[in-house]
Design a binder for this molecule. Structure first.
Ligand code: SAM
Ligand code: SF4
Length: 328
């Protein structure tokens, strides 16, 4: 039972941790081409992240997702993962990764206690994959996906962001890829986080509904009540075990049953993806060794959780932080 309840009665039992703001990719919807990353002194140490995670689990958090930036490029991150994997009160340790390092990391993650992995994949065409990620090598990611599948995680899921005119012709190929691999796949609507240069977010926006229509042109989809404890709504095929999820921050506001908060790489506890309400937990851990003070700061922070987010694609982004800061 969680001790973390906000003023709208929502129970918070899920923490997403951005373990680094850095990344080996520069996906066009996530980052600018030239990025300035945080200096190391401003980033939480692995020990500080562990301490904060511990406090959350003491307060009743049952699920932690490690994300970033790219979590697997943080040096020695596996030592943190091993410690988190040993927390008896934590039910689910999961990760979102771009897959570039998975070929070598997958066995270590499995041993360390990671239960489920989400891998981002927006294109199956090497050249387009390179264009969308600006630096990524598709074959590395495909090998990473196979390595993860070989480890027998509870689930390996593909995440795809579809942009009209850039990769909307890959919806069906990505679906067929997921079906062939026996994985689930989730389509995420692009969110206006940070100022990007390569495309107009409103012109490229593709709603979950539009993606679902494309899939339905080939495969019948039936809605199901399955929940992975996150914001996705799921559908299943009639002839495959793979499920299709949709995360629709624009077209289907999921704030009413939000159970999540986010810890940024610099130790800011963000109460909502689409708002700036936050508490500086780095200041707390750097000012006291008393975990009771840390737990109280977290409990108090729940009072700041806003009721919902508002995204508007046409205006200047209201949220100037990029997704790699937020920990998507
Ligand atoms: N680097 C890892 C990865 O790409 O999976 C983890 C961090 S990334 C920020 C987490 C997820 O956020 C990815 O699936 C990515 O596609 C998604 N994402 C990034 N920027 C986004 C945006 N502006 N709108 C919607 N999804 C975004
Ligand atoms: Fe890196 Fe993930 Fe952002 Fe792509 S989506 S730039 S892989 S953090």
């Amino acid at each position: 039972m969680t001790n973390l309840v906000d003023k709208f009665g929502r129970k918070v039992n899920y923490l997403r941790i951005s373990v680094t703001d850095r990344c080996d990719f520069r996906c066009v919807y996530c980052m600018a081409e030239e990025m300035t990353f945080l200096p190391r002194t401003q980033i939480l140490s692995l020990e500080e992240i562990h301490r904060i995670a511990n406090a959350f689990v003491d307060l009743g958090v049952k699920k932690i997702r490690l994300t970033g930036g790219e979590p697997l490029i943080r040096r020695n991150v596996i030592t943190l993962i091993e410690k988190l994997g040993q927390m008896p009160m934590l039910d689910q340790l999961v990760m979102t990764t771009n897959g570039s390092q998975l070929e070598k990391s997958a066995p270590l993650l499995k041993q360390a206690g990671v239960k489920r992995i989400n891998i981002s994949l927006d294109s199956l065409d090497p050249e387009r994959f390179r264009n969308l990620t600006r630096t990524g090598d598709l074959s590395q990611v495909l090998n990473g996906i196979d390595a993860a599948l070989g480890q027998g995680f509870d689930s390996v899921k593909i995440n795809a962001v579809i942009l009209k005119g850039r990769n909307d012709d890959e919806i069906l190929p990505l679906i067929d890829f997921a079906r062939a691999k026996g994985t689930d796949i989730t389509f995420i609507e692009e969110m206006p986080l940070g100022n990007i240069s390569e495309h107009q977010r409103d012109e490229c926006f593709m709603s979950s509904e539009a993606v679902r229509e494309v899939i339905s042109s080939r495969y019948a989809l039936n809605p199901i009540t399955h929940s992975s404890g996150g914001p996705a709504r799921y559908y299943r095929f009639e002839d495959s075990a793979s499920k299709v999820g949709f995360i629709s921050p624009h077209s289907h506001n999921f704030c009413g049953d939000c159970n999540r908060v986010r810890l940024t790489a610099e130790g800011r506890l963000l109460l909502c993806l689409g708002n700036e309400h936050s508490v500086d937990l780095r200041a707390v851990v750097r000012s006291t060794d008393d975990d009771a003070v840390l737990r109280q700061a977290i409990v108090d922070a729940m009072g700041l959780k806003p009721e919902q987010h508002y995204f508007d694609l046409q205006d200047e982004p209201q949220i100037v932080r990029f997704m790699n800061m937020t920990g998507g």
